[in-house]
Design a protein around this ligand. Structure first.
Ligand SMILES: [Zn+2]
Length: 223
C-alpha cells in the first residue's frame, strides 16, 4: 500500500501471490467447468410474513420451477420500500423458509437507500431491514436485506471429483470479454443440488457474464 491506511476487513490474510500460493490447491480439468446462473433480486419469505402481506392462510403458488430441485419462482411479488426509493414487483421464491430474506444487488441498495452487507444465505444478524408491501398488508422487516455472497451449489458427486466439501471456498475464473477472478466463492454441497454458480446482476455485469455461461474453478483456498 503506497499511501498508508487501508482497512482490511478480513484481517491479515496473504495479499501477494507468493504469500497466497501455499494456501491454494489447484483444481484441474476436465471437471472444473461449471455453469453460471444470474440471480435477479428476490425474496425468501416465512409463512407468517407471507400471511401478513397476502392474507391469513395464504400459500405461495408456483410460477415456474428453478434449476435447483424443489425451488420455484412464485407468482407472488412484493414491493420493497427503502428510505430513498421503491422497487416494485420483486419476485418471491418458494418454498417458504424459517426467516424472510431479501436478496438485492448493490445497485438496488443504492436506489433504495440501504447498504446491505455481503452475507451467506441465512446469516442475517445485524443486517438492515426494509418495508415490504403486499396486496393485503405491509410489514416492517427489522433485518434480512443482504447482498448474497457468491456461491456454488454442488452435488456430492461433483464435489468428490473436485475434492471439495460443503463450506470450502474456491477461486473461479471468468474467461471472457472481461477476464475476472471471483475469490472466496462459497461451496454449498447438498444431494438435492445441481452444480451451478450463482451471481447477482451486479456481479454478472461486472464480469460480462450471461446467464448460462461457463466458468472455471481454478483453485481451492485452504485457509
Ligand atoms: Zn444460490
Amino acid at each position: 500500500m503506497i499511501d498508508g491506511n487501508c482497512d482490511r476487513p478480513h484481517g491479515n490474510r496473504p495479499v501477494s501471490i507468493e504469500e497466497a500460493l501455499p494456501f491454494m490447491k489447484e483444481i484441474l480439468p476436465p471437471n472444473n467447468e461449471i455453469r453460471v446462473r444470474i440471480s435477479g433480486r428476490h425474496i425468501h419469505i416465512s409463512q407468517a410474513d407471507l400471511e401478513l402481506l397476502y392474507g391469513p392462510g395464504y400459500t405461495l403458488s408456483k410460477y415456474k420451477d428453478l434449476a435447483q430441485p424443489g425451488q420455484f419462482a412464485a407468482r407472488e411479488t412484493l414491493t420493497v420500500v427503502g428510505p430513498e426509493g421503491v422497487i416494485e414487483g420483486v419476485r418471491i421464491l418458494g418454498p417458504v423458509r424459517d426467516k424472510t430474506q431479501v436478496e438485492i444487488s448493490g445497485t438496488d441498495g443504492y436506489h433504495l437507500g440501504i447498504e446491505p452487507p455481503v452475507r451467506d444465505s441465512g446469516e442475517l444478524e445485524g443486517t438492515p431491514g426494509t418495508v415490504l408491501v403486499g396486496p393485503f398488508g405491509a410489514l416492517n422487516l427489522k433485518e434480512g436485506v443482504i447482498l448474497a455472497a457468491t456461491h456454488i451449489h454442488m452435488n456430492p458427486k461433483d464435489a468428490e471429483e473436485l475434492d471439495l466439501k460443503d463450506g470450502d471456498r474456491v477461486q473461479v475464473l471468468v474467461d471472457g470479454e472481461r477476464d475476472l477472478i471471483f475469490n472466496e466463492v462459497l461451496i454449498r454441497v447438498d444431494e438435492y443440488f445441481i452444480t451451478e454458480m450463482h451471481v447477482d446482476t451486479d456481479e454478472a455485469n461486472a464480469a460480462v457474464i450471461e446467464d448460462g455461461d461457463c466458468v472455471t474453478i481454478i483453485s481451492k483456498i485452504a485457509v
